[in-house]
Write a protein that binds this ligand. Structure first.
Ligand SMILES: C[S@@+](CC[C@H](N)C(=O)[O-])C[C@H]1O[C@@H](n2cnc3c(N)ncnc32)[C@H](O)[C@@H]1O
Length: 275
């Protein structure tokens, strides 16, 4: 796309929605813009700019694509199996002075990732009572994602990786949707939080960081290289020594090589904080 059209679009997003286009990965932005132009049958960049200027719905649609909210319960089964069988037993059995265990799902979309973690924690604590009190924080840049996460209603298509026993225990049917049980909703503290906000280190309602596990999956890939590193460093500061950081498989290359993080093996996007 020509610089002129791109500048106008960037200006529109910044003025009307406070979204900074230059922060996103250039190839990703180009792909999204091409798709959006096709959708509104615009043959030229100037025609697309006209659409954006005329009708707010085209700006909304562009933002939805840039801040892609796609997620699923237990999206990567292997990663969640590692959380269940390796990470939870390690972090719960640590003999340190901390009296609560803290987990953060950063970029939680509509809550699917945070609820998946909460189900595993709940199962673990049922089998191992008397373990540390656990607090799960879940944040996303989009207010409306947080509102949807709090409501906890999902179409069956997002539950395809869910164990039947979890569906029975943690959901109830509500028309065409499945709603998370009140019990699980109470375990998680959801809030709006921009990982690129330079004034905030961790979600304010978490008071202090000190997380034992942070999952930030399918968020880094959308940003430019320097901002990916900025987010990783910010999250690392909020992680305790020996705490776990999980990204997506597509983000292994972005995360590996970060000073202070060691990948636990060559296959999984799971890292441990070393100092
Ligand atoms: C593709 S979804 C990934 C959801 C989930 N982590 C997963 O892997 O299934 C990306 C989410 O990151 C959020 N996001 C993007 N930029 C963000 C930022 N700067 N701060 C916080 N959340 C952000 C988006 O709103 C979106 O909900």
């Amino acid at each position: 796309m020509e610089n002129n059209a791109l500048d106008i679009i960037a200006g529109l997003l910044a003025d009307r929605k406070k979204l900074l286009l230059h922060r996103f990965d250039e190839d990703f932005v180009q792909k999204v813009l091409n798709q959006q132009m096709q959708l509104c049958a615009c043959e030229s960049e100037s025609a697309y700019v006209e659409h954006l200027l005329k009708d707010e719905k085209f700006i909304e649609s562009l933002i939805q694509k840039l801040l892609n909210s796609h997620s699923e319960f237990f999206r990567n089964l292997l990663i969640f199996a590692m959380v269940e069988s390796v990470i939870l037993p390690i972090i719960y059995n640590r003999t340190d002075s901390k009296h609560e265990l803290r987990i953060w799902s950063a970029g939680c979309a509509r809550g699917q990732e945070a609820y998946s973690l909460a189900m595993l924690v709940d199962q673990y604590l049922k089998l191992q009572p008397n373990k540390k009190v656990t607090r799960i924080f879940a944040t996303d840049i989009q207010e409306n994602n947080i509102a949807k996460a709090l409501l906890g209603k999902y179409p069956i298509t997002q539950l395809k990786n869910l164990r039947v026993s979890f569906l029975d225990q943690y959901f109830r049917r509500s028309g065409d949707y499945w709603q998370i049980s009140g019990h699980l909703r109470k375990i998680i503290n959801f809030s709006q939080f921009d990982l690129l906000n330079e004034n905030l280190q961790a979600p304010p309602n978490s008071l202090f960081g000190e997380f034992d596990l942070i999952m930030c999956s399918n968020v880094l890939i959308y940003y430019k290289a320097d901002l990916r590193q900025y987010i990783i460093k910010k999250l690392l500061k909020s992680l305790v020594k020996g705490g776990y950081f999980i990204c997506s498989e597509a983000e292994i290359g972005i995360t590996s090589g970060t000073r202070g993080l060691r990948q636990i093996n060559a296959y999984h996007p799971i890292f441990v904080k070393t100092n």
